[in-house]
Structure formats: C-alpha cells, structure tokens
Design a protein around this ligand. Structure first.
Ligand code: SF4
Ligand code: SF4
Ligand code: SF4
Ligand code: FES
Length: 909
C-alpha cells in the first residue's frame, strides 16, 4: 500500500535518512542500516519505552531520549554510539543482570536470547551490583499451560508479552501488575495461564526476548537447527509457519511474518497442536480385511492396492460402472484432491466424486456463482482493515478462524462497527474493548427472513446505491428483486414474530450497513448449513449489491471456510457436475480439453452426490467407495443412515491418518500423510494458494497422491507423476484461474490469490473490482421457506451446532494433542430457564433426543443461547452429535441442515 505520510529527512550517525513522518528514530536508524541496541521494542508492536537500551543523543537537545518512542523531526542530528550512551547502556544492562539467573549455559534460550545478545552488544564485562539484595530469582514458575512455561525469574518486565496479547491477539489476558521492583507479569487475576482468559495463541511466547515464556518442546529438546516453511493444516485461514526442526523432529512452529494470511500470528492449533502427526495411534502400514467384522491384516502397498482394485473392478463388472464412487477431502492438498477426482473420472469412468465441502460450503459455491459469477469470497483478509462496518453472519471467527478473528478484533478496536447475526451470543458480541452495535439473535432457521428484512429496509428507505446498481448490475433482475423485497411481507415488522429479532434492531442494522462507510460481510456455516443455505447466500449477495458494498477494499462477501483446503478441494473439480475450475462436465469444449490431456473419454452426465451415493448404497445399487481423509460416519448428518450405507457396501477404501469411525466400515485402509509430510498446496478462504512443504519424509513411505496413482494404474488407467509440482503443472494447464501457478513460482513469490493469470501474475486480492466476473451482477428472488424441521410439543427446543477454538472438526487430530485440557468433552449449552423447567443443573448429564436418535451430554447453563435454543459442538465421537441431526438439506446443493434440529432435553435418569 502507498504511504501517504510526508517525508522527513534527518541525519543519524552521519548518514542522511528520509522516512515518513511519525517514524521513530529507532526505526529510521534501522532504515539506514544502523542498529541501535533495544530490548522492549519490536517491529510488530507499538513502542513502549521501558527498557532504556535504545537511548540516543540528539544535537541541541538535553538528555538522552529513548529512540523507540521519539519521532523523527526534520533536520534532527542523532548519535547512536557515544561513550556516554555506551556507559548508560552498560549500566542498564548491569541492573537487569543483577536480578537474572546466571544460568545461560543451561538455559533453553541459550543462543536465542535477546538479553544475552544485548549484554554482548553493550560490552558487559562486570556486574557491579551484587545479588545480595532482593531479587526475583526464587519466583515460582507457572507450568499450567500445556505448551509453554512462564519462569518469572527470567522476566525483565519489558511488557512485550502484554502488548502482544493486547495488540496482536486482542485477548488482554495478561498485564503488568504492581509497580517498581514488585512489577510483574500476571495472567488473569493472578490465576495462572491455564485458568486465565489466555487462548494459548503463543503471541506472547514469540514476543518474549528471554526464556521467561518458552515453548516446552524447546525446553525439552533444545533449539532447532533447520527450518521449513509450510502452511497450517487446520482451518481455512491458512496460516504460514516456519516448522523449526532438529533432524526430522519438529521442535516448534513459528508463524511466518511473511505469511500473507497471518502476517506472523497464529492460534493454539497451528502453533502448538501438531503432535498428532507423530502420535502412536497413527497407522503407518496399509491394511485389508475381507469383511468389516474381521480383524485388519497388515499388507504391503502392492497387496493393498491390488486388493482394492480387484474389489472395485468386481463391483463394476457385477453392478455396473456407476456402482462405485469417491469422496475427496478438504484436508488434503490441491494436488492430492486433483488426482482423486481424476481417478474417479478416468479410472472409475464416472463422475461419482463429491467432497466434504458438500456438507459445509457447497451453497457458497452455488450462490456466489449465480450472483457474482465465481464461487469464491471476494476479498483478502487484509481488506478488513479498511472496513467501517463488519457484519458477521452465522460465523464465530474467534473460535473457528482465530487468526482472522484477531485481525477483525483489531479493526473493531480501532472503531469499526459490528453487526452480529447469530442465535448465540458469540464472543465478538462483547469482548475486551469491543461491543457489537447490533446483535440480531434470530431463531435458528430464519436466516432468509432476516436477510430479506434487512434488504427491505434498504430498498424502502431509499438506501439502495442506485449508481452502483445501474452501472454494475443486471437491471431486469434488480427490478424484479426490488418488487419482491419491497413487499410488506418482507418487512422487519412482518417477520419479527418469526425471527425473534425486534424490527427496530433490523432497521438500525440495515441503515448502518448501507450508510456506515465500507461494509464487509463475513459468514460461516451458520449461513450455509440450512435447508435454505443457498437462498441465504443469494440473499447476502443481493444485499451487498443493493448497497454497493462489493468490489472494493473494505467491503465484499466473504465466506469463512472451515477446513484448510475447502476452497481448493472445490477448485479442483471435486463436485460431481464440475471439472477443475468450476466448469460443467456437460460442456463439450471443457470436456474435450480434459479428454485430450487425460487421453480418456469422460462421462458427460454429472455423477452422484454423497447423499445420493449413501441412499443408493442402502438401496443395494452402490457398492464401493474411496474415501480420502474424511470421517463420514462422524461428520455427516444422521449417523445411523450413514453407517447403514457404509455397512451395505462391498468395498470401502479409507485413506486417513487414523482408524476413524468410518474405518470401522472399511475393507482397505491406506495410511495417509500428515501435513508435515505433504508436498503441495492448500488454498485458503481468501483464494490464497500457499505452499505445503515436507518437513519430513512420509512416514508411510508414500505420498497420498502416489497411493492414488497406483490404485488408478491398477484399475487400468495409468497415472504417473514425478512430483507434486508436476501435478500442479497439469492443474495450471487445465484450469484458467490457476494458469500462472507452479510450485517454483510460489516458492519465489510466497503465495498468490487466484485468479493468477498472465494479466494478473501476482494474483487477485479483491474480486469484481471493475465489474463482476459474470458481467452484470445478478439479483435473485429469495423467498423465505421455513424448514420442515420445526419445534413442537414433543421436541420443543432447537439444537444448533458449532466449533470451539481448541478443537478442530471431528477432533481426529486435536483430540490427540494436549488441547483436550480445554475441551475434554462436548457439552450442551442450555438457557438457565429451559434448564430450570426441566430440573437440569450445571454439569448434569442430559439425554438429548430428536426424531433421528438420542445422545447423552453434560449440560452447561448459559444465557449465551436464548431460551428455546440449545447448542453443542461435535468434536468428540462419544457425544456423536450427528446421531440426532436430520436428513433435511439445502434445496440446491444438498448441504445438510446441521444448524436446526428440533430436540427434547431431559435429565439422565
Ligand atoms: S498465549 Fe496469547 S492469549 Fe495467552 S497470554 Fe499469550 S498472547 Fe495472550
Ligand atoms: S515475560 Fe518476557 S516478554 Fe513478558 S515482560 Fe517478561 S521478559 Fe518481557
Ligand atoms: S487460524 Fe487456522 S490456519 Fe491459522 S494457525 Fe489457527 S488453525 Fe491454523
Ligand atoms: S527499546 Fe526503546 S526503551 Fe526499550
């Protein structure tokens, strides 16, 4: 971005320097290549001026100001190295060292400690102040956090940790309490890190210049000796990390300052919860069995591949070509997903390929393609820094997309206004220094009525951005939509009884969105996982176009993708009707391109979606499935239905790290690779293609794509690639938006956001800037249709589900890490009034039943959920939340309606 601050020229140590006004003398010196000793200052935090190491002398000025808090002035003449400054700095250092354990040789930070380094820089040779007076050397350690230690005996009270927690993470969990000699870092109200508000993001650990805050892995194993840059494999933020290793063992993960998505920040999962990659539960050898009630037999790769191929072939010989299919995984790399869909289309010779995105963001793909012309979010994460109004719908960024959540909170603390549309009071509604301007706590299942009511206000109160609509949108569709949305039936007053949101709140939120400056919408699965998920995405796009809030910095429609590579798995052609790049399988020109490259004739008919495959299995027509990195038996709705379908098949092949719930129904288990072993790319929620580099060789002996290629070859369609890079070259050759992408290019430029083409070689930060990808933006009618799933006398409460920060998805990985200290089980949030009515107390066991099934959980009483609504997470198989979810799904995409299930809750007998 262009810096518009005026330039200021000064002289530092005889060197002429010109920097933007407001720059500190310390930074100006750095610009000139002059290093001023410092301890409490860092590049990423606001200056604090506490350590007094960065003293300088300035001509015609008395005293020695600290350079980190002194702004540059025109004509200043600064000296950073004088005998007087050297003496002062040595004295400061002597004071620090006089209250510091002299155990450098055995300290975990030896060689990586800024205090040690500065002692060298200032030439410390003696410490005149003895250690006979009062010191902090006996201060007890806080070892409560599972991942890092806090040893206050080494603390220099520089406040870097506190500032990192406040400024970067925005949790305000730690503070410097007391003054003078008694000043110390305190977590929470003196309650230790584990019991405080701390979310274990690790920003303080990274900021600490000494060994006070230190990763336990470094304490145990010593400092790393090599680094591999890669990408977190948890959520759709796609944070870049430096995996720091000793040999092939990871010692720590350090978020990369140059990471486009995270800019040096991380959350507890990416930074600390990587131990699952080497967990003893991991299966490292292929296994087969004839029947699912038999024990597994370990076999060689060749035997496993031959077994799977012969079973798949036998099924097709007996039941026809369409009797097998597969599911690709949004946890896997683009390259791995690409070869799976290619195997299905070219070796299975059908289009029965679907992906786990079916159960999360398929309505996003549909809705944004229909309205804007492309199935992806419009902005990069950085764009939020220019938003004046942020509307969060059915998403919980601080739990599910924590690093972006921290960035959003930063913008909110700077003064952006917040509108939250969610039945539950998520943390953002009220957190330190943040208060939502409006929280629309709607009844689950009424999203579309609310988005229509917001649009109704904009249309009927003259808030439409007529110039934007006239220039950028399809007039005919707009006029039709305007007529529909202006009907009194869509008004906040008419829909209030249904949605539970006061009309005035809806009106105020709509006015703020339309007139508050740049307004950006961020949404999650609370939008898509409904029977009207696609309608709601259309409604969001309509709203953004009507208010002219799309196509520029600080605005847009931004789906927060759940898994690390949901965007990528969709881009790679994982849907049964689309080839890579979202091109319809029935399109002859597209098909011809793939046929020419793949040397195979492709089926022009779209294949089956996951629900169709499962239903066909129960009907006895679908007999075999290849399941890549997905736990259908735990993550898909109506578990009994899913397991019945899996049990009915003759050949289920699971490719995964662990024997998950689905593997109980598998005949072949192909061990998968953890992200630290993968070589490829992930595409995050902002369309950013990030490199995933192997920090260690695959512990199974094969990359996942190699196993798939072998299976395809055994099925009669040979697939051979020399590397993951070669797969990406093929993707780029066949997918216009990936045209300029290659591993070598990404290694050079870091990351790019697709479209990355000859015209946009550095990618595209913001979509639809000059015009929509489809030409004119299209408005679509969004009639509210209530879900079939309704509360009634038998099931009077509505269950909705979500995620928690420390666990991830069905918990396969995070449950195998120390993250379980924060979330050992899924609990049922219930409003105290609903609990009281049923005789339920805090922590009581409860039975939750729906039309589909019954589960037991422990209750947590909270007014975060409104009366009539209960909420749980689905991270633990014991709770089996999907036993109770229903078969209802989105009308356009079959995305399951996870977010609305009518239930009854009773105390455990
Ligand atoms: S780990 Fe993160 S949340 Fe916890 S104290 Fe440190 S910076 Fe704050
Ligand atoms: S814990 Fe580390 S970062 Fe925090 S005040 Fe002490 S030395 Fe500074
Ligand atoms: S925010 Fe997401 S991508 Fe980033 S470290 Fe956390 S889990 Fe990984
Ligand atoms: S770096 Fe300037 S006072 Fe610490």
């Amino acid at each position: 971005m262009i810096d518009i601050r005026p330039a200021v020229s000064l002289v530092i140590d005889g060197v002429d320097v010109t920097v933007p006004a407001g720059t500190s003398v310390l930074h100006a010196a750095r610009e000139a290549g002059i290093r001023v000793p410092s301890l409490c200052a860092t590049d990423s935090l606001k200056a604090f001026g506490s350590c007094r190491m960065c003293l300088v002398e300035v001509d015609c000025r008395k005293g020695c100001p600290v350079s980190c808090t002194t702004p540059v002035e025109t004509g200043m003449v600064v000296h950073t190295q004088t005998p007087k400054l050297a003496a002062l700095r040595r004295n400061v250092m002597e004071l620090y060292i006089s209250d510091h354990p002299l155990d450098c040789l055995t300290c975990a930070a030896n060689g990586d400690c800024e205090l040690q380094e500065m002692a060298g820089v200032v030439g410390l040779r003696e410490v005149r102040y003895g250690m006979t007076g009062a010191t902090h050397l006996e201060a007890p350690k806080d070892e409560s956090n599972p991942y890092f230690t806090f040893d206050p005996s080494k603390c220099i009270v520089c406040s870097r940790c506190v500032r990192a927690c406040d400024e970067v993470q925005g949790t305000f969990a730690i503070s410097i309490t007391d003054r003078g000699f008694a000043a110390k870092v305190t977590a929470g109200i003196n309650e230790g890190f584990l019991n405080s508000e701390c979310v274990s993001c690790g920003a303080c650990v990274q900021a600490c210049p000494t060994a006070t805050l230190m990763e336990k892995t470094v304490v145990d194993h010593g400092l790393p000796d090599r680094t591999v840059k890669t990408t977190c494999a948890y959520c759709g933020v796609g944070c870049s990390f430096k995996a720091e290793l000793k040999g092939t063992d990871v010692v720590r993960m350090v978020p990369d300052d140059e990471g486009g998505a995270n800019e040096g920040h991380s959350c507890v999962k990416g930074r600390f919860a990587w131990g699952y990659a080497t967990h003893s539960d991991r299966v490292l050898s292929p296994m087969v069995r004839d029947r699912i009630n038999e024990p597994w037999r370990e076999v060689t790769w060749d035997e496993a591949i031959a077994f799977a191929a012969s079973r798949f072939r036998a099924i097709q010989d007996t039941h026809g070509r369409d009797a097998i299919g597969g599911v690709s995984s949004s946890r896997c790399t683009n390259e791995e997903v690409y070869v799976v869909q290619k195997m299905i289309r070219a070796a299975f010779r059908n289009n029965n390929i679907d992906t786990c995105a079916r159960v999360c963001h398929s309505p996003t793909g549909y809705g944004l393609k229909q309205t804007f012309g492309t199935s992806a979010g419009t902005q990069d994460f950085r764009s939020v820094e220019h938003a004046d109004v942020i509307m969060v719908i059915g998403a919980n960024p601080t739990d599910a997309h924590p690093v972006f959540g921290a960035r959003m909170k930063r913008r909110l603390r700077q003064g952006a206004q917040l509108i939250v549309i969610d039945p539950r009071r998520i943390d953002l509604v009220k957190s330190p220094h943040i208060r939502a301007a409006h929280h629309l706590a709607l009844r689950p299942g009424t999203n579309v009525a609310v988005i229509n009511a917001l649009a109704h206000v904009i249309v009927t109160e003259g808030l439409v951005n007529e110039a934007f609509v006239a220039e950028r949108c399809d007039r005919h569709s707009f006029e039709q939509w305007r007529g529909f949305i202006a009907q009194p039936a869509q008004s906040p007053e008419a829909t209030m009884a249904l949605t539970g949101v006061p009309a005035e709140t809806v009106r105020a939120a709509a006015r703020l969105y339309a007139t508050g400056g740049n307004a950006a919408i961020y949404y999650g699965l609370g939008v898509t996982e409904h029977s009207q998920g696609s309608t709601m995405v259309l409604g969001i796009a309509n709203l953004a176009m009507a208010a002219g809030q799309v196509g520029r910095e600080g605005t847009g429609v931004n789906p927060l993708r759940g898994q690390n590579n949901v965007q990528g798995s969709c881009d790679m052609g994982s849907f049964p009707h689309e080839l890579p790049g979202y091109r319809h399988i029935s399109d002859e020109i597209t098909r011809a391109q793939f046929e020419a490259r793949w040397q195979v004739e492709l089926d022009e008919e779209p294949g089956m979606r996951i629900p169709n495959m499962l239903a066909a299995a129960i009907a006895g027509q679908f007999k075999g499935m290849f399941i890549q990195g997905e736990d259908l038996a735990q993550s898909d709705p109506d578990t009994h239905h899913v397991t019945e379908a899996l049990a009915a098949m003759d050949c289920v092949v699971v490719q995964d790290l662990f024997l998950n719930e689905t593997a109980k129904y598998a005949h072949v288990f192909l061990p998968g690779t953890a992200f630290l072993e993968k070589d490829g790319t992930f595409t995050n929620a902002e369309r950013r293609i990030n490199r995933v580099r192997p920090a260690m060789p695959p512990r199974t002996g094969l990359q996942e794509w190699e196993a798939v290629c072998r299976l395809s070859t055994a099925l009669g369609y040979p697939m051979h690639y020399p590397s993951g890079a070669a797969i990406m070259d093929e993707i780029a050759a066949l997918t216009p938006t990936f045209a300029g992408v290659s591993h070598a290019y990404l290694d050079r430029v870091g990351s790019v956001q697709w479209p990355c083409t000859a015209e946009t070689p550095l990618g595209t930060r913001i979509m639809h800037e000059g015009g929509f990808v489809r030409g004119k933006g299209r408005f679509l009618i969004t009639q509210f249709v209530p879900t079939e799933e309704r509360a009634n006398r038998r099931f009077p409460l509505l269950l909705t589900t979500g995620r928690i920060l420390s666990q991830y998805n069905v918990g396969t990985e995070t449950r195998r890490t120390a993250n379980t200290v924060w979330h050992p089980e899924d609990r049922l949030e219930i409003h105290p009034h609903d609990a009281e009515l049923r005789g339920i107390g805090e922590g009581d066991g409860v039975v939750l039943s729906s039309r589909k099934g019954t589960i037991t959980l422990h209750a947590h009483l909270t007014d975060r959920v409104p009366e009539g609504v209960v909420y749980t997470t689905f991270h633990h198989p014991e709770a089996a939340a999907n036993v109770v979810t229903t078969e209802y799904s989105d009308w356009a995409t079959n995305c399951p309606e996870y977010k609305v299930t009518a239930v009854d809750v009773r105390p455990v007998d």
